[in-house]
Design a protein around this ligand. Structure first.
Ligand SMILES: CC(C)(COP(=O)(O)OP(=O)(O)OC[C@H]1O[C@@H](n2cnc3c(N)ncnc32)[C@H](O)[C@@H]1OP(=O)(O)O)[C@@H](O)C(=O)NCCC(=O)NCCS
Length: 138
């Protein structure tokens, strides 16, 4: 039975899932700091094992970002990703109460746009906005 809860995982738990989906690992102290600075952290647990994760970061009032949505390979296609996004959106309610026009952004990995479209996300082009950009430090 998979449990989807708002909870901050340990760096070790996070890195295990990240490694499993091919995103590698970051030093524990970096991950711990990042997770502490996160607004909404959602974990999917199978009998105490972290099998999926997603989080929302941002200023809590105007601009928020969905990050790190990941489900372990052997647990994919079982609606766990769906459960994580739904829980993240449920947890967003308190921020929409503060500011109903808060912007919730998302940088989808290549080919993952259709997954997010299921939950109401649109590609920026469809919203009449320019493409998302990223800073590449030299
Ligand atoms: C993307 C990911 C989070 C989806 O999680 P999941 O638990 O496998 O997804 P679900 O079982 O909830 O799938 C829900 C729906 O999304 C669809 N879907 C899943 N992955 C998809 C993809 N890559 N592209 C398009 N649709 C996708 C499924 O077909 C399913 O549709 P259905 O309801 O019609 O059957 C997961 O595959 C993953 O962790 N991938 C590796 C990490 C990654 O790339 N994350 C996205 C970062 S932006």
């Amino acid at each position: 039975m998979i449990k989807i809860i708002e909870h901050i995982p340990t760096a070790e738990e996070y890195n295990k899932v990240s490694l499993n989906v091919g995103w590698g690992v970051r030093p524990d102290e970096i991950v711990t700091l990042a997770l502490q600075n996160t607004l909404i952290s959602v974990c999917a647990y199978d009998d105490g094992e972290l099998v999926g994760y997603g989080r929302i970061i941002g200023d809590g009032a105007t601009f928020l970002y969905v990050q790190d949505v990941m489900v372990k390979k052997e647990y994919q296609s079982q609606k766990i990703g769906t459960g994580i996004i739904k829980k993240l959106l449920e947890c967003m309610e308190k921020y929409w109460k503060i500011n109903p026009s808060i912007r919730l952004y998302l940088g989808a990995a290549l080919g993952k746009e259709d997954f997010y479209k299921l939950f109401g996300f649109v590609v920026r082009e469809e919203a009449g906005l320019g493409p998302g950009m990223i800073y590449r430090k030299k």
